[in-house]
Design a protein around this ligand. Structure first.
Ligand SMILES: Cc1cc2nc3c(=O)[nH]c(=O)nc-3n(C[C@H](O)[C@H](O)[C@H](O)COP(=O)(O)OP(=O)(O)OC[C@H]3O[C@@H](n4cnc5c(N)ncnc54)[C@H](O)[C@@H]3O)c2cc1C
Ligand code: FES
Length: 283
C-alpha cells in the first residue's frame, strides 16, 4: 500500500489512476491507488495535473483505494476528466478536518446530501458500514435533480443493506421506471421535491442524534432550518463548507470564513462554531 501524505504538504505526489468512469454527463469518478485509511471521512485532497493546476476534491471513500467524484466545471476538472487508467495525477493531502466519527460513537446519524455534496458523506457511509456496531440508526436523505442524475449507484445498493437510504429528485420521479442504468436502486428513489422537503416530512427526533450536511449553500441553509424545527441543537449539526482554495494548508487566506480557515479548521464545522461568523451565512 502506498502512503498518501508527503512530508512537505506543498509537494504533490504522483498517484496512479486505477479506474475512471462516468455515471452521468459532466460528472465522473476517479479511483486512485492509495490507502485512504489514513484519511478521516470529510477530509479532501488537492488533485491536479502538471502544467494545469489543482482543485480541492472531497475524499468519497474509506477503504484501500481512494474514490473521487468530480463535476466538470472548469479547466482543472475538465483536464482531469480526460485522464485514463494507469496514468498519474498529482495529489496533496489528505487535508483539513473531517467528521469526528470516533467521538460520535453510540449516536443515531442523519446524513443529508445534495448532488456532488454526497461525496464526503460517501466516505462517512463507507466508514459507518465498516463499523456498523458503533452507531445506532443511520438515515440518509440524498437529493438529485432527476432520476437520471443519481450518482453513487453501486455504493447506494451496498449502503442500503446496512442503513436507511431515501433519495429525492427535484423532478421527473416517474422517469425512474424507464431508466435501465439505475442498477436496481429505483426503490430508494421515493420522493419528488427538494431533499429538504423530504427531510421535513420524515419522522426524526432530536434524541441522541447528530446530523451531517453537505450540498449547495441554499440547501444547507434550508436543511438547518428543518432540523432546528425538529428540535436539533446547533451542537448536533455538522456542515461541510466549500470555499475557493489555493494552498489548502493555511498559508494563502483564500478560504477564510472570518477568522477560520476552511482548509485547516474545516471543511467540516459544527454549526455553533459558524454561528458567530457572519461570513459563514449561518449567523
Ligand atoms: C473542501 C472542498 C471539497 C470539494 N469537493 C468537491 C468534490 O468532491 N467534487 C467536486 O466536483 N467539486 C468539489 N469541490 C469544488 C471544486 O474544488 C471546484 O469545482 C474546482 O476547484 C473547480 O476547478 P476548475 O479549475 O475545474 O474550475 P474553475 O475554472 O476554477 O472554476 C469554475 C467555476 O467553479 C467555481 N468554483 C471553483 N472552486 C469552487 C469552490 N471551492 N466552491 C465553489 N465554487 C467554486 C468558480 O468560481 C467558477 O465559477 C470542493 C471544493 C472544496 C473547497
Ligand atoms: S486555501 Fe490557503 S489558507 Fe486555506
Amino acid at each position: 500500500m502506498k502512503r498518501l501524505q508527503h512530508r512537505n504538504k506543498l509537494m504533490p505526489k504522483p498517484v496512479r489512476v486505477l479506474d475512471k468512469w462516468f455515471e452521468v454527463e459532466n460528472n465522473f469518478f476517479l479511483e486512485l491507488e492509495v490507502n485512504s485509511c489514513y484519511s478521516v471521512p470529510g477530509q479532501f485532497i488537492q488533485v491536479g495535473l502538471a502544467g494545469v493546476g489543482e482543485a480541492p476534491i472531497s475524499i468519497a471513500s474509506h477503504g484501500d483505494t481512494l474514490l473521487l467524484n468530480i463535476n466538470i466545471v472548469g479547466r482543472v476538472t475538465r483536464m482531469l476528466s480526460k485522464v485514463k487508467p494507469n496514468e498519474y495525477v498529482l495529489v496533496r493531502g489528505p487535508l483539513g478536518k473531517g467528521y469526528p466519527l470516533q467521538s460520535l460513537k453510540g449516536n443515531n446519524l442523519v446524513l443529508i446530501g445534495g448532488g456532488c455534496g454526497v461525496a464526503p458523506l460517501a466516505a462517512v457511509l463507507d466508514y459507518v458500514c465498516k463499523n456498523r456496531q458503533d452507531f445506532e440508526s443511520v438515515k440518509c436523505f440524498f437529493g438529485f435533480k432527476s432520476p437520471d442524475q443519481v450518482i453513487f449507484k453501486k455504493q447506494i445498493k451496498h449502503w442500503a443493506e446496512l442503513v436507511s437510504i431515501n433519495i429525492s429528485v427535484d423532478k421527473d420521479l416517474k422517469l425512474k421506471q424507464e431508466l435501465k442504468q439505475l442498477q436496481d436502486i429505483e426503490r430508494f428513489i421515493n420522493f419528488e421535491g427538494f431533499v429538504t422537503q423530504a427531510l421535513e416530512q420524515s419522522f426524526l427526533t432530536n434524541n441522541n442524534i447528530v446530523a451531517f450536511i453537505c450540498g449547495p449553500p441554499i440547501m444547507m441553509k434550508h436543511a438547518v432550518k428543518v432540523l432546528k424545527s425538529k428540535g436539533f441543537k446547533d451542537e448536533q449539526i455538522f456542515l461541510s463548507m466549500e470555499r475557493l482554495m489555493y494552498c489548502g494548508i493555511g498559508y494563502c487566506c483564500h478560504c477564510m470564513i472570518n477568522d477560520l480557515y476552511t482548509c485547516i479548521d474545516g471543511p467540516v464545522f459544527r454549526l455553533d462554531v459558524l454561528r458567530s461568523r457572519p461570513e459563514s451565512g449561518f449567523e
